[in-house]
Design a protein around this ligand. Structure first.
Ligand code: NAD
Length: 269
């Protein structure tokens, strides 16, 4: 089995540490570089020690360029601004880049597409197999049921999450909108507060809950007079996202440059 060398940016973060553990535990994968934002208190320490799996020989640095020179595949669960800079480096060094960062603006998303002219990029707001199946099911159910079924997407995450609705909730909204053959921007109902009036038919609503240590719950509700269908996914460990990200990197290694999704990685169409 050929060895794949990995770099993790944001390696001291919640997902970063999980990724370091997952790479260390996956046969054929080796962590060779790790980075954090300049000024991070743990710079200079070994990324494996930070993640609790013992030293792996990858010191935490603050120069992402050095990381992209060294590793074949880089996994990025950081912030939109950092991810844009990492994508440019992936393009320059023709690397595999796995992007889990959420909350990206349109222009930031466009910079990923630009970088994917020379880099192999897999981007997914949720890297779990279960959620990617949920996306498919949501599109199918929305296409089958008419506008008589109101669609509401409910999500809950831990108290540290900074963006809302979650990237996954927005992805589910886009899947439902595809099923209804319209862009989400046209169907999205603004957040409700005060006297909102009755619900307009055909729209897609979002509700966001934040609290505690919830890893990620998502439900898509299809409600009409007399019945309700609910599709729900609950992640109980961040490990599912790390597993998906490592799987995506190994898959992308053999591909040509381009911007891919988890549906491509999982062969879901
Ligand atoms: P976190 O705050 O614990 O970790 C982010 C880390 O990135 C921090 O350690 C931070 O210092 C670091 N960072 C910021 N700027 C950097 C830079 N310029 N260079 C290097 N490191 C930098 O957050 P988290 O819970 O790990 O989530 C990170 C991102 O991943 C969020 O956008 C979150 O929504 C997303 N996420 C995606 C999935 C998925 O499956 N796609 C799953 C979980 C979280």
């Amino acid at each position: 089995m050929s060895l794949t060398t990995f770099g993790v940016v944001g390696a001291a973060g919640r997902m970063g540490q999980m990724l370091v553990r997952e790479i260390a535990a996956t046969p054929g994968c080796k962590l060779v570089a790790a980075s954090e934002r300049p000024g991070h208190p743990r710079l200079g320490e070994d990324a494996g020690s930070i993640a609790g799996v013992g030293a792996l020989g990858a010191g935490l640095g603050d120069d992402p360029a050095a990381l992209f020179r060294t590793a074949e595949a880089v996994i990025d669960f950081t912030s939109p601004k950092a991810t844009v800079a990492h994508a440019a480096l992936a393009a320059k060094h023709k690397r595999v880049l796995i992007v889990g960062t959420t909350g990206m603006e349109k222009a930031e998303e466009a910079s990923l597409a630009k970088a994917a002219k020379t880099a192999r990029i897999v981007r997914a707001p949720n890297m779990s197999v279960g959620v990617n199946l949920l996306l498919l099911l949501t599109e199918k159910v929305a296409a089958t049921l008419g506008v008589d079924y109101d669609i509401e997407i409910v999500e809950m995450h831990h108290r540290h999450k900074v963006d809302a609705p979650s990237g996954t909730a927005l992805g589910l909204g886009q899947a439902a909108a595809r099923g209804r053959r319209a862009p989400l921007e046209k169907l999205r109902i603004p957040a409700r507060e005060g006297i909102t009036g009755p619900r307009a038919p055909g729209g897609i609503g979002f509700a966001t809950l934040r609290g505690g240590d919830v890893v990620g719950d998502h439900s898509v509700v299809f409600a009409t007079e007399g019945e309700r269908i609910e599709l729900t996914h609950k992640a109980s460990s961040r490990q599912v996202f790390a597993k998906g990200a490592v799987r995506a990197a190994l898959w992308a290694k053999g591909r040509k440059a381009g911007l891919y999704t988890m549906a491509d990685v999982l062969g879901l169409g």
